[in-house]
Design a binder for this molecule. Structure first.
Ligand SMILES: O=c1ccn([C@@H]2O[C@H](COP(=O)(O)OP(=O)(O)O[C@H]3O[C@H](CO)[C@@H](O)[C@H](O)[C@H]3O)[C@@H](O)[C@H]2O)c(=O)[nH]1
Length: 455
């Protein structure tokens, strides 16, 4: 595709689930000859560098994250702290405004992409630049935030679904997010998101019309501005890295589609009793399993938190791992047949791309909405039942896994059939590139009406 080449400055929220999809999109822009300055904290650089497929066109710049009271010295990303302290890190991000202005002056971008740094449109205005609020959670999450304060389970007027909703029993997700700090840190997440939506020139969402078209229309109407879709922007397969030898070796001992793999993303830290119940539920399945989660609250290692006698009982067929694993590569391994996921938005797309059976155990509000989208609207997965307190038992985890893994299970066959259909739709030739090409054209239109930064 020809036309105007532009230069984007990207400044995502300091979280893996945000920086990574921004970089996936940067790769798509760079592939077409556009250039990107990618602004992130130093520590994140190490994790992201290898995902940069076009180092000539995508240049990382690091930002120094100032210390704020209440956070451990040196904190730079949200994966280093409990999610309940995220608001403190957001206020640290607010203190980087001078640095961002310096970078804008130095690199003279045409556009700025941001998500939680709600003051970016003000900075951009001073330089005569346009801004794109890039949403890397589901459109349904944003739609449900636009009319806050309603009763759980009751759709606000005009809201496009009676299924993709938080229900009364999802109140636990709010508790999981509740800030634990007592210091005033400025706007809360909801205020940041709504200010960003209202003040940006354009809203862009990492989603596909085929799946969330009605939510995108709702947002467009509500925010009275253009909503552009980038499509799912799947990660490019990393051809330079193979699955770690230890997992290749371990998985090779199992039949195709027999292993249950559980991962809960980059942020979730379970309470110890819930972590143990998760382990016991996996044990109950009788299947080989790999659980990759962070050590639970109050424990520094996985080992010390395991249920009594668990290790001996599952020896040889069950592994609980406290460190990062290569999720996309594990999902595409032939022995892995079931993915138990928290349904973060990144994992949602990866689960749809895989041919594993999907079992969902969401922890935060947006993950619940993604779960309802997959389980209740698309019917490609099952959700683990929870009690009113939010607790899920080993039996309910076992029931959900068993319902999709049992041979000839009616629900198992149904979700498999629907999942196959959606995977084929999403990977159909031209779908992803069509979204990216249209998106780039819209950005070219936006930029051609823009003044370059004044020197
Ligand atoms: O051991 C691991 C754990 C995760 N991942 C990858 O890390 C990404 C995780 O992204 P996501 O599934 O979106 O999870 P989180 O980072 O936990 O999600 C945060 O960001 C998401 C937005 O992208 C939100 O939907 C979630 O609520 C929020 O917790 C995915 O690409 C995974 O493949 C790994 O490769 N290995």
């Amino acid at each position: 595709m020809g036309g105007l080449k532009f230069h984007v400055l990207m400044y995502p929220w300091f979280a893996t689930g945000h920086m990574t999809p921004f970089l996936f999109l940067a790769n798509k822009l760079a592939e077409k000859g556009h250039t990107v300055t990618f602004l992130i904290p130093k520590k994140a650089l190490k994790q992201l560098e290898n995902l940069n497929l076009f180092p000539h066109n995508i240049v990382f710049r690091s930002v120094t994250v100032p210390h704020v009271d209440g956070l451990p010295v040196g904190t730079e990303t949200v994966s280093e702290i409990p999610v309940t302290s995220a608001d403190l890190l957001m206020s640290a991000m607010d203190l980087t405004r001078d640095q961002v202005e310096g970078v804008v002056r130095a690199v003279e971008p045409d556009l700025i992409f941001f998500d939680f740094a709600h003051w970016i449109p003000e900075v951009a205005r001073d330089f005569g630049l346009k801004t794109v609020k890039y949403v890397v959670v589901s459109a349904s999450t944003i739609a449900s935030m636009l009319v806050p304060g309603g009763e759980l389970g009751v759709p606000p007027p005009g809201y496009p679904s009676s299924k993709v909703l938080l229900r009364k029993q999802d109140a636990y997700t709010m508790k999981n997010l509740e800030s634990t700090n007592t210091i005033n840190v400025g706007p809360n997440l909801l205020e940041r998101v709504t200010t960003s939506l209202m003040n940006s020139d354009v809203i862009a969402i990492r989603t596909a019309r085929e799946i969330e078209g009605n939510f995108c229309d709702y947002i467009e109407k509500h925010c009275r501005k253009k909503v552009l879709l980038t499509g799912p922007v799947f990660p490019e397969p990393d051809k330079t890295r193979e699955l770690e030898e230890r997992w290749v070796k371990w998985l090779s001992g199992y039949e195709p589609d027999s292993v249950v793999f559980c991962a809960l993303g980059s942020q979730v830290i379970l309470e110890k009793d819930q972590f143990q119940e998760l382990c016991l539920g996996m044990e109950l399945t009788g299947s080989p399993f790999l659980v990759a989660v962070k050590p639970p609250r109050g424990s520094s290692t996985i080992q010390e938190a395991l249920p009594e006698g668990f290790e001996e009982r599952v020896k040889g067929r069950g592994v609980v791992w406290g460190e990062w694993v290569q999720q996309p590569l594990l999902l595409s391994h032939p022995s892995v047949g079931c993915f138990v996921s928290h349904c973060g938005f990144g994992s949602m797309w990866e689960s749809l791309l895989s041919d594993c059976q999907i079992v969902l155990v969401p922890q935060l509000g947006d993950q619940v909405l993604n779960t309802r989208l997959l389980s209740d609207e698309l019917k490609v997965s099952v959700e683990v039942a929870r009690e009113e307190t939010g607790w899920f038992s080993k039996e309910s985890l076992f029931d959900a896994i068993n319902s999709v893994m049992k041979r000839d299970s009616e629900i198992g066959n149904l979700v498999k059939k629907n999942h196959t259909k959606w995977r084929e739709t999403l990977t159909s030739p031209g779908l992803v590139t069509g979204y990216v090409d249209n998106f780039i054209e819209s950005l070219q239109d936006l930029v051609s009406g823009t003044n370059h930064v004044s020197k």
